[in-house]
Design a protein around this ligand. Structure first.
Ligand code: ADP
Ligand code: MG
Length: 381
């Protein structure tokens, strides 16, 4: 794809392009913790969007999408385009301009190999590759965190997705063989080694689309806010579940609806699991880390109520399978992928088993996606 992007640029616009890449991501543990001010643990993956770009005279940019096999002309003084992929680019340029960058017009060709809509955040990769490249081509530079904000606000303002900032942060700042422990409250982060020798990460896509996700997501958010509001009446410094420990939650349990209590407990426990998981990664204990993945899934399914039959079915096979170190649903829930940490020796037979049993039960074959933790946004030679 990298070469295709470069050659397409040559054919359409001639020489002089610079080449950039930005990756998609997985999140190893820490689900539904972001909007509660907690921690997440994403890693960039070796699947990217590649962009060939060269500054152009005037105000009009010409952009060609290899994957959609179509192009547009873009002027940021005009209204946002209607073509969905182009709105991301328009959004990024506008958000950078809002932050004081005089982004030049440009000619660009881009394409990628991140399956879109599978929960690997192809949209953040698209935002990040343009943000990173245009920042490189501009006089005034933004920091990576400012670029991540520009991407996040693109989703909010131009796409209508009220996402957190994790996906853009990891796409811009990811590193090979390391995952990012990101504090969603302060945006402080620490890179933690992730090199599970003899094991690999593999996603199994349930092929179920997240139709319930929007309304249920809002409901979970309001249940967390409800719990916080009850506790804050007694402990005014509490503004997010991040400020609450299990003891404090239990102290005010009697004032809460049982479901509010369980949702809150899940979030608090998930943060603890993540922090323990990071300690285990630091000491190279991947089996111990995998246990936390299993526990995370249990919490998401039983306590937080965001799994579904298909995800549970896959995860249960994984949990009982020799050689699977860890397994959990990934993303907002109600569909999407199960992320598995599997020893090389067991991988093939495990995937065969899931395929066979899933097809027998649901009549379709889950897609599997191998991922390797790779680098973040970068310029290529
Ligand atoms: P994801 O979970 O992969 O981020 P989204 O629905 O948020 O799914 O984003 C997918 C959208 O991002 C696509 O509909 C398209 O507009 C844009 N996109 C992603 N990858 C590409 C690509 N390679 N080329 C063009 N547009 C892309
Ligand atoms: Mg997205």
């Amino acid at each position: 794809m990298k070469n295709r992007v470069f050659e397409e640029f040559l054919a359409r616009f001639g020489s002089g392009a610079r080449l950039y890449a930005a990756p998609g991501r997985v999140n190893l543990i820490g689900e539904h913790t972001d909007y509660n001010g907690g921690f997440v643990l994403p890693g960039a993956i070796d699947r990217c969007i590649w962009l060939a770009v060269r500054p152009a005279a005037g105000r009009r940019s010409r952009i060609w999408s290899v994957d959609f096999d179509e192009g547009i002309e873009l002027n940021i003084a005009d209204e946002p385009p209607r073509v969905s992929w182009a709105r991301y680019i328009y959004g990024v340029v506008s958000e950078m301009a809002r932050r004081g960058v005089d982004v030049p017009a440009f000619d660009a060709v881009f394409g990628g190999d991140i399956p879109s809509g599978a929960g690997l955040s192809s949209s953040a990769a698209l935002e990040s590759v343009f943000a990173f490249a245009l920042n490189d081509l501009s006089e005034r530079k933004l920091t990576p965190v400012e670029l991540a904000r520009a991407g996040q606000m693109t989703e909010h303002r131009y796409i209508g997705v009220r996402c957190g900032i994790m996906d853009q942060m990891i796409s811009l700042l990811g590193e090979r063989d390391r995952v990012m422990r990101l504090d969603c409250r302060s945006l402080e982060y620490e890179m933690i080694p992730f090199r599970p020798e003899g094991c690999r990460l593999v996603l199994i896509d349930s092929m179920v689309s997240h139709s319930l996700a929007g309304t249920e997501y809002n409901l979970r958010r309001s249940q967390c806010e409800r719990g916080v509001a009850i506790i804050a009446r007694h402990v005014p410094r509490v503004t997010l579940l991040r400020d609450v420990g299990l003891d404090m939650l239990d102290t005010y349990r009697s004032e809460m609806d049982e479901w509010v209590y369980r949702r809150c407990r899940y979030v608090i426990e998930e943060n603890v699991r993540l922090l323990i998981g990071c300690d285990r990664l630091r000491s190279g204990d991947y089996a111990g880390f995998g246990e936390k993945m299993f526990e995370s899934h249990r919490g998401l399914s039983q306590e937080y109520g965001v799994s579904c039959g298909e995800l549970d079915f896959i995860q249960e096979i994984a949990r009982g399978y020799d050689g699977v170190l860890g397994s959990r649903m990934m993303g907002g829930g109600f569909g999407g992928c199960v992320l598995n940490l599997v020893s090389d020796g067991a991988c093939e037979s495990f995937l065969d088993e899931v395929d066979r049993r899933y097809a027998a039960r649901y009549g379709l074959h889950p897609r599997t996606i191998d991922v390797v933790i790779g680098g973040g946004a970068r310029r290529l030679e």
